[in-house]
Ligand binder design. Structure first.
Ligand code: HEM
Length: 503
């Protein structure tokens, strides 16, 4: 491939920093959103900052998202950027440990496991898990006591983390994993998760105890899954399962080979990790905003009563199709993902020199930028999702913006739909598929999330189950904690609740 570099091309402006290797690591690490907005003021949409010795070129805005996420994987490469973080946690021969074409085949296999048929089977299972949790967990003693006048409290993140793993394992992960969710499993999971931090991303090879724990946990977890897969293959589980292992066992690569046991095991670990923090963070933020905006929670409750209320003051279970057609629920989750996308930075390693299109970067028409190979590129859909130039009252959590036909949100998608000849469908996730969109909480392009439908289903069923049971209050929504891999609410994140009358 011959790269035509304009004569006057130069590297993007470099963000000023005092410390040579550290660069801008501190300001980026503490508050990436503020860092990006401040840099945009000074340098425009494209700039390079130093992140502990790495040179990272940021491309902001919907055009920047398109430039990075729509880029070809031979130029902007994901596995070079992520494998040192993910392979020790997921295990060998999957995801970023294999060439992109192979991972794309694996992604296709996972999509089979996330079929509508499977998703349909999950709604009731998720509701049952939430019900059991509310009836057993000590945080919900007030709920269990049946006293509607007494207020109790729960720790949002802790509760959502537990409910997320319980529901994911009951559904996608399969009944053996659900049955195996013991204290031992929790310990192994925590050790593994301890290897999935920004420190691991920045320093892959530190002689730390947490790295040794991570490696031991990976082996244990992998063996656990391989054991389950072997049992399944030997026909010890006779029922037809709607879970991911059942789907993966059946799949073959283009060369006709079936997935090996350890590949299935490692894909399952990857899915566990991909879904756990993203969903529990989104669920936590949604509950916090509902507790802070009781009128929206009431609208959500009303939506439940009108659609699924039964004459005896109880609720019937919605079907998957019904759950995805609830505008208040959908807009609450959608708006939460706008303000709190769990992943604030998406990175790729630059394998070949790249010219930045003039429309994106050039201060004037006759100037353009060259990103040299060896840099990283970074897209932050978070910035365009919070951009006051794109969204009215960008800092306000306002689910109603999604149903305003004149609103920016709707307009952005109508433009997208026109350009792509697609009909707008306010059902789950139909509106964020373009690589040039200001709203991309699930990414875009080749590496786009395939868990979106599952996440919306899981979150939808969890949140409606909770809103049916309790009223919630919180004075203020906590700030973001950016020190974890996935953006979480800071501590404390305690919601006050009381049982609803007609549960
Ligand atoms: C990719 C977000 C839930 C599996 C991604 C990406 C984002 C994302 C931004 C793109 C990463 C990149 O381009 O580097 C989210 C959010 C979720 C969520 C916000 C929930 C609210 C899930 C779940 C699963 C999952 C539940 C699995 C069941 C994946 C997979 C990829 C992906 C397999 C593809 C990675 C690649 O191709 O490189 N997700 N995700 N995600 N996600 Fe999700």
């Amino acid at each position: 491939r011959q790269l035509v570099v304009p004569r006057n091309a130069s590297e993007p402006p470099e963000v000023f920093h005092w410390l040579p290797i550290v660069g801008s690591a501190i300001s980026y690490g503490n508050d990436p959103l503020r860092f990006f907005f401040e840099c945009r003021e000074k340098y425009g949409d494209v700039f390079t900052f130093i992140l502990l010795g790495r040179r990272v070129t940021v491309a902001l805005g919907s055009k920047g998202n398109n430039f990075v996420l729509g880029g070809k994987s031979i130029v902007f490469n994901a596995e070079d950027a992520y494998t040192h973080l993910t392979t020790p946690v997921f295990g060998k021969d999957v995801v970023y440990d294999v060439p992109n074409e192979k991972f794309m085949e694996q992604k296709r296999f996972v999509k089979v496991g996330l079929s509508t048929d499977n998703l349909r089977a999950y709604v009731g299972m998720i509701e049952d898990e939430v019900e059991e949790f509310f009836n057993a967990d000590p945080s919900f003693r007030t709920y269990q006591s049946n006293d509607i006048n007494e207020w109790g409290t729960f720790s949002t993140v802790k509760v959502m983390q537990e409910i997320t793993i319980l529901t994911a394992s009951r559904t996608l992960q399969g009944k053996e994993i659900r049955a195996g969710l013991t204290k031992d499993f929790a310990e192994v999971y925590n050790d593994l998760d301890g290897g999935f931090t920004p420190i691991n991303f920045m320093f892959p090879n530190l002689p730390l105890e947490s790295y040794r724990k991570r490696d031991r946990a990976q082996k244990k977890m992998s063996d656990f899954y391989v054991g389950i897969i072997k049992n399944r293959r030997e026909g010890k589980s006779s029922e037809t399962e709607h879970d991911m292992i059942a789907a993966l066992i059946e799949q073959t690569y283009r060369n006709g080979e079936y997935l090996k046991d350890h590949e299935i095991a490692h894909i399952m670990i990857a899915l566990l990790m991909a879904g756990q923090h993203t969903s529990s963070a989104t669920g936590s933020w949604t509950l916090l905003h509902l507790a802070n905006n009781p009128e929206v929670a009431e609208a959500l409750y009303k939506e439940q009563v009108e659609n699924f209320g039964t004459p005896d003051g109880k609720f019937r279970s919605p079907s998957f199709e019904e759950l995805r057609a609830l505008p208040v629920l959908d807009s609450a989750i959608r708006e939460t993902l706008r303000m709190h996308p769990p992943i604030h930075s998406i990175m790729r390693y630059v394998r070949e020199d790249v010219v930045v299109p003039g429309s994106l970067s050039a201060p004037s028409k006759d100037k353009t930028y060259l990103i040299p190979k060896g840099n990283y590129v970074l897209a932050s859909p978070y910035v365009s999702q919070m951009d006051p130039r794109v969204w009215k009252n960008a800092d306000t959590w306002d689910p109603a913006r999604w149903s305003d036909p004149e609103g920016v949100a709707a307009a952005a998608y109508n433009t997208y739909a026109d350009e792509h000849g697609e009909k707008i469908d306010y059902g789950f996730g139909a509106v964020s598929k373009g690589t040039e969109s200001p709203y991309q909480p699930f990414g875009a392009g080749k590496h786009r999330c395939i868990g979106e439908q599952f996440a919306y289903l899981q979150l939808g069923a969890i949140i409606t189950s909770i809103v049916r049971k309790i009223e919630m209050r919180i004075e203020t929504v906590p700030e973001h904690n950016y020190h974890t891999m996935i953006v979480m609410p800071k501590n404390p994140n305690i919601i006050s609740y009381r049982r609803r009358k007609f549960d």
